[in-house]
Design a protein around this ligand. Sequence first.
Ligand code: ADP
Length: 488
Amino acid sequence: MLDGIEESIVVLDRDYRIVCYNNAFNGWLKRPKKKIIGEHCYTVIKDQPVRCSPCIVRETFRTGQFFETSHSHDLGGRKVHHETNAYPIKDANSEVKYVIYMFKDITERAMIEEKVRELNKFKEKILDNAGIAINILDEDGNIMNSNRGAGELFGHAEEDIRGEPHSIFYRNEDKELLAKAMHEVLEKGKFESEVTLIKKNRTEFPARLTLTTVEDDHEKPAAIIEIVDDLTQLKKAERVIKQQLEQLKELDTIKEEYFYSTSHEFKTPLTSIVGLTKMLLDEKVGKLNGQQKEALNLVYCDSKRLRGAVQKILDIARMESGKMIYHIDKVDLNSVMSEVLETVGILFESKNLKVTNKIGGDIPHVIADKERIALVIENIISNSIKFTPVGGRIDVTASVEGDNVLVQIHDTGVGIPEEDKEKIFEKYYQVKSGMGENVGGSGLGLVICKKIVEDLGGKIWVESKLSEGSTFNFRLPYKESKQHIKKK
Ligand code: ADP
């Protein structure tokens, strides 16, 4: 039976002579199989890797008690670990007659334990140097462990808070949130929120809290990792940025107000210049010679362009302040188109462009604001004239599409690159390539067009191919809707 036991066993009498031993002990001896019954234990083990100090056999004989110890020996540079036990065997007078001495080589186990200890130390080091505060909690929210970051942030010494509920970090008014957080992390495995926490000195600070569960082998939550990210600096920076942004906005408003009031000052004299030049050109105050006509024509075109630019700035201001007013009525697109083409006639004549208006008389009248639609058409046509080289063509058509009328203004101009098609409807955007850079403009016209068409329940978009031309499309309803009634 003794031979079946893995531990080395030897039984000694009061003179420390061997009474019996097992196979494992024999195997452990340097001189196995030699007859050792009756020999003194010292002579048997003197050249073995084991020391008898403190000798638990002697202590067992002396006290009659069971002893257990473990010791390590240096065996030529190699560390050997032994776990030893000594059991007393007593006679009828309770005198210890024999001692059973058992020992086991636990070097391998000791080495694994040492490695685990090192690994745990390493893990602690990582946690301590993680730069954030980490608490390890049990399922009830009691603190099992916390890293150096947590100690520095909250001001508590780890040994003082071990075993305490982590609610010590939370304000009284947040206890409900805390209960919710614990419930959620145990249910879903994670909880994240911005919270206000308290330090040992009772000061409060903003933090991002992350709770995550760690599961055991049976996939049950074994611990909760509480990570606390101090947001104090971030919040401070946010406040400064917000203040600066507000100051910038104020400056922007002042600048824009000045810009708009100056534009307004320009508008009245420009209207007189345009009107009076037109009167002179129409020879209402006297005949003009060819040279005078040519010069006046230039003044007329440029002052009109300038007035258009000023008008755009004022429209944008009105648009942004939500003060755009619409006078909704039935609008005959054919006649609006003819009027616009007539007013910009001089421009396309100067570039020798062929313009055709193919809007038929059968096209239903759209529900819109005549003035504003004229402005949309004028903007699109002026662009077509600007971006179409001398000798090109501009064609205008209209058709019915369900409850809408679709107007298409096609030119044989420079076209618009694919990536710019959406952007040209944004404020101040102008295409960088082609003629865009040389023909002036503000990049505001199409923004106004989009706003007006959309306010009237329609849609505007462009189709284009570089070097082949562009088609500006807009759709407007010809049946009255709730949107129109609201705008009336
Ligand atoms: P502006 O013409 O005052 O610059 P818009 O908002 O009316 O401003 O137009 C924005 C940009 O869209 C123009 O600068 C031009 O680059 C492009 N664009 C508009 N219409 C055309 C067109 N018919 N052909 C080519 N490019 C155009």
